[in-house]
Design a protein around this ligand. Structure first.
Ligand code: ADP
Ligand code: MG
Length: 246
């Protein structure tokens, strides 16, 4: 597949939280079907960018724009963004008491579909997905994120990706707090979904270790609220060796 059609374009984005300027003119582009990686030291603004992309009301865009599929989405609601195929996984997902993974996924999926799936149809689909991904069937009956280990939270996110099949997945530190086995599952799941759906991925990470599972097209480095460097996967390896100091 040729990967030269723009999916998302972030132009000169400035974002404040509680009046404090965090992003100071971010420019970033991801083409359809690409895997782009966003790296950077702690506190540089990576999570802020992901929340701003999804339209979190606390993150105020004071300048610049977000163009998605050729449309300026800077001002539309998070729900609308999600309906257009944008998906954000959180760095710190919250627990939802009394809601099973399966019910959560069915509600989320039906919110995006015209033809709703009934519980039985959904179960069947979920079962197939879980089999493909080598997930234990019982996993979907657990309450969302309740008592989950780091790795299990991330696995639950992977299941969300597989079921919701977003056009653009923004994955914030999907690989942190996971052991090597969970990491492998996460990496391979992203790859499998990508192969099936041509999903575009913007992955935010500190580490190179997840990148071994993915074919990375682009690497961006964020420092102090700005993109300071960009390149291909070699840049990620260079940073692994030398750190963020030039
Ligand atoms: P990263 O994800 O790159 O580690 P963040 O986007 O989480 O960075 O944070 C960027 C900066 O914004 C940090 O200086 C952080 O202290 C600040 N920040 C993040 N969230 C808030 C908030 N809710 N209120 C005030 N400042 C915040
Ligand atoms: Mg972060």
């Amino acid at each position: 597949m040729t990967k030269n059609k723009l999916l998302i374009q972030i132009k000169d984005l400035e974002v404040t939280i509680d009046g404090k300027e965090i992003l100071k003119g971010v420019n970033l582009e991801v083409n359809e079907g690409e895997v782009a990686v966003l790296m950077g030291p702690n506190g540089s603004g990576k999570s802020t960018l992901s929340f701003a992309l999804m339209g979190h009301p606390k993150y105020i865009i004071t300048k610049g724009s977000i163009i998605y599929k050729g449309e300026n989405i800077t001002k539309i609601s998070p729900t609308e963004r999600s309906k257009k195929g944008m998906f954000l996984s959180f760095q710190y997902p919250s627990e939802i008491a009394g809601v099973t993974i399966a019910n959560f996924l069915r509600t989320a999926l039906n919110a995006r579909r015209k033809e709703k799936l009934n519980p039985l149809e959904f179960r069947k689909m979920l079962k197939e997905k879980m089999k493909e991904l080598h997930f234990d069937e019982q996993f979907a009956n657990r309450y969302l994120n309740e008592g989950f280990s780091g790795g299990e939270k991330k696995k639950a996110e992977m299941l969300q990706l597989a079921v919701l099949q977003p056009t653009l997945a923004i994955l914030d530190e999907t690989d942190s707090g996971t052991d090597v086995d969970a990491l492998k599952i996460i990496g391979n799941t992203i790859k499998a979904i990508q192969k099936e759906t041509k999903m575009t991925v913007l992955i935010i990470t500190h580490y190179n270790r997840i990148l071994q599972y993915l074919d990375v097209d682009k690497v961006y480095v964020m420092e102090q609220g700005k993109i300071t460097r960009s390149g291909d996967v070699k840049l990620a390896h260079e940073i692994e060796k030398t750190g963020y100091k030039k």
